[in-house]
Design a protein around this ligand. Structure first.
Ligand code: FEO
Length: 503
């Protein structure tokens, strides 16, 4: 399959191939109108190759998007509401050899195979590159292997093991295990594989194409949201229409693994990347610095904005009233970016994303079962699970006979690195009194002063004094003189022999 296909001949071949598929009913009504043939319709004449075939789009002259959007799904990972749906991105490189990079979720395999068949246009598939084994990208692998029995699978050893765990799919006789920095020549294109453990699973790698400068980045730089025909971030108003979902995606899916993302960003700094091709959401081919800067902030737990989020948990309105009062006072004192959230009615993934964005967080909770109101406690535990750091908190508690939420919130927040507190805990009894409003005004003044003092919550650069050992499989860091022989990595379960000194 290494013959050169002249561009014009290739175009004809593409038309004929699509016509054949249309005749079999494989393409659906989008390829040709009724009664039309490839010759009469010439659907691709003067248009990008494969235009009109499902969700196929050209990424470059010989790289194609064959991913599919899912607008039926309600909950991503059965946890995160995604009213705008989600895209499962997959790419094909047509060179002397053909390569498919990642597949899709089981919900969209029909459209995926229509796309893939059309783009391969009768050619065989030589390689399937598996950057990430989570089933939203790997559910179609076993069918790919059946359809293309000659295809070899390029992945990390751990990806092969996880593939077998999920799908009882043993690829040992057709696998090419990609070590860090290994390359694969497709002809004109050469792929270089870069391991990216815990972005977002331990087996993850990224693939860099030297011709296009495309980094196929797995989940990194992805976003919730179905694609709407637009493939590239520069074809949409990303900041207005996509950033909130991109932030919510990153913070909730990968947010815990900031150190691992930072490690990948450092590797990326030495690579001439021209495009970022993630497994979800738009492809980046312009203004890459903008999204890289966002990732640097999110992964270093640096607030994006000098802003205040006020989160309240209230049953009969007293705590809500106090929260509204603080927000009004802040606004009156000139803080433009203040947003108020009812913790009972806002999905926790929205709150997590907003906590990553804002520099200051006001938490107002009733006392419930002698502790923190359950939805508020869930939110705080989720903040801890996502490793949020370097934030200023201001606390308000309410209780009709024995207020106790403040100290208990503080005990959770104390476990977050870089936590600071602005103002004292304000305690109200049932509903705020005039004295309470004075205390809230003092809290608001302290927050304003903190904001005016500038972005004090900078990244805490880690300057370890102890020896650090890195898990080769997942990037987990163990600190100590030696890794004990019986030690098991708490993330991926690797033994002590898999750790090596941090460079
Ligand atoms: Fe989109 Fe971690 O899978």
């Amino acid at each position: 399959m290494s013959r050169e296909i002249p561009r014009r001949d290739f175009l004809k071949a593409a038309v004929a191939g699509a016509a054949g598929l249309a005749a079999m009913g494989a393409l659906g009504p989008t390829a040709f109108a009724e009664g039309e043939t490839a010759e009469s319709a010439k659907p691709f004449e003067g248009k990008p190759k494969f235009a009109g075939v499902g969700s196929v789009r050209s990424v470059t002259d010989d790289i194609y998007y064959v991913g599919v959007s899912d607008r039926r799904i309600q909950l991503f990972e059965n946890v995160y509401p995604i009213p705008r749906g989600v895209a499962y991105n997959s790419y094909v490189i047509l060179d002397e050899k053909t390569a498919l990079i990642d597949t899709v979720d089981r919900s969209v395999t029909g459209q995926f195979f229509e796309n893939l068949t059309a783009v391969l246009d009768g050619r065989d598939l030589d390689y399937l590159v598996v950057n990430h084994m989570e089933p939203d990208h790997s559910s179609a692998i076993s069918e790919v292997l059946v359809r293309y029995p000659g295809a070899q699978v390029v992945c990390t050893e751990q990806a092969a093991a996880i593939l077998n765990q999920f799908f009882a799919c043993d690829i040992s006789d057709r696998a090419i295990y990609a070590a860090e920095g290994d390359t694969l020549s497709l002809g004109k294109h050469t792929l270089t594989f870069v391991h990216a453990p815990m972005v977002h699973w331990p087996e993850v790698m990224m693939s860099f194409d030297d011709v296009s400068g495309a980094l196929f980045s797995a989940d990194a730089f992805g976003s919730f949201g179905a694609l709407n025909g637009n493939l590239f971030a520069d074809e949409v108003d990303f900041e207005k229409d996509w950033l909130p979902d991109a932030r919510r995606y990153y913070c909730n899916i990968v947010g815990k693994y900031g150190a691992q993302v930072q490690a990948v960003l450092q590797k990326a700094a030495g690579v001439p990347i021209q495009m970022l091709c993630p497994t979800h959401g738009p492809v980046w081919r312009e203004n890459l610095e903008w999204i890289l800067e966002k990732y640097d902030r999110w992964s270093s737990y640096t607030p994006e904005d000098q802003a205040v989020m006020v989160v309240y948990g209230s049953v009969y309105g007293g705590t809500e009233s106090a929260a509204n009062a603080v927000a009004a006072m802040l606004s009156q004192k000139g803080v433009a970016d203040v947003r108020v959230y009812d913790v009972s009615k806002t999905h926790v993934s929205e709150l997590i994303a907003e906590a990553f964005r804002c520099s200051h967080i006001v938490l107002a909770s009733i006392t419930y079962n002698m502790g923190v109101f359950t939805p508020m406690k869930n939110f705080l535990l989720d903040l801890e699970a996502h490793n949020l750091r370097n934030r200023s908190f201001s606390l308000l508690e309410n209780g009709s006979w024995s207020p106790a939420a403040g100290k208990q919130m503080q005990s959770i927040l104390d476990r977050l690195a870089g936590t600071s507190y602005t103002g004292k805990i304000v305690t109200i009894l049932s509903s705020p009194s005039s004295e309470d409003y004075k205390a809230l005004a003092t809290m608001a003044e302290a927050i304003v002063a903190s904001i005016q003092a500038g972005p004090i919550h900078q990244v805490e650069k880690e300057t370890p004094e102890v020896k650090r050992w890195v898990c080769k499989l997942c990037g987990y860091v163990y600190e100590g003189e030696e890794v004990p022989a019986e030690f098991k990595c708490p993330i991926c379960g690797a033994g002590a022999d898999k750790f090596e000194p941090e460079e």
